[in-house]
Ligand binder design. Sequence first.
Ligand SMILES: [Zn+2]
Length: 137
Amino acid sequence: MKAIIIQERIEEFQSTCREQGLRLTPQKQEIYRVVASTDSHPTAQEIFEEVKNAFPKVSFATVYDNLRKFKELGLVQEMNCGEGCSRFDANMSGHHHVIDRSTGKIMDVILPANQSIPLPKELEGSAIKEIKITYIV
Ligand SMILES: [Zn+2]
């Protein structure tokens, strides 16, 4: 992850928290920093383990509640990866994912701008808010 991108994400996070009247506690900032500093799409458990390095007394519930709050505020995305597993992503730009079954790694991919995604017949006339594609390799 480029330092400049992490810095931009953190600034955006701070200004959103200020606008929303959310207290910027050092713990909250650390939780966001952990998510924003990686493109590995960590699970809540992985984020919790890393936050614990700086805040040994933090509980999993606190980390998870904050992640849900960040999601509500549009600061992170939550990806459901099946079987009760969810992963968090601070990359809020339109992108899709590739899951590598053999390594379990998730990577971001962007489709070429001129490529349109076909709409299934069942969805004709629906207001599509977002299309998320997950490629599994
Ligand atoms: Zn992503």
